[in-house]
Design a protein around this ligand. Structure first.
Ligand SMILES: [Zn+2]
Length: 156
């Protein structure tokens, strides 16, 4: 099996929401236990981050060890000894025909992550310019709306 054939839906993965109570500004490194197919447990350290949400509160993230991007989900590699983001794992979504709701859920996570990343790194968030929304803010809203549209598919 080559890595290009692996798909999101069938790859062991961990979502930040399952460990979010351990993520803090003071202790960004958290320890997970990777369990091999033989049941052997190996401690594994991952870097995390917390960002202020644009509309209040804060949000936890994993930081991918390879690209350092903030992501909501990490995927186990084929050897079962590392966790990488979807891009670094070279994972694809299963073809259009199958995996409907799971695929939509992943697209929701992606849109949500993109929305939160729009203001990443900017010291001062500027959303209005001469009475009009800034390009950044429009981008944020676009992803936000995309995420909300997708999330409605799961809440009905
Ligand atoms: Zn990565």
């Amino acid at each position: 099996m080559t890595s290009s054939k692996r798909v999101v839906e069938t790859t062991p993965q961990i979502s930040i929401s399952s460990v979010k109570e351990y993520v803090s500004h003071r202790h960004p490194i958290i320890q997970l236990n990777l369990t091999s197919s033989h049941g052997r447990q190996t401690p594994y350290l991952v870097n995390t981050a917390r960002t202020e949400c644009y509309f209040g509160g804060s949000r936890p993230w994993f930081k991918c060890i390879l690209c350092n991007k903030r992501v909501g989900v990490l995927y186990l590699n084929e050897d079962g000894n590392h966790l990488f983001c979807r891009e670094c794992s070279n994972l694809r979504y299963r073809s259009q025909a199958v995996g409907g709701s799971n695929r939509m859920l992943m697209r929701y996570f992606d849109a949500d992550e993109r929305a939160e990343a729009v203001f990443e790194g900017s010291q001062k968030v500027k959303i209005w310019h001469k009475g009009n929304p800034t390009r950044r803010f429009k981008k944020f809203l676009k992803y936000r709306q995309q995420a909300e549209r997708l999330s409605r598919l799961f809440t009905n």
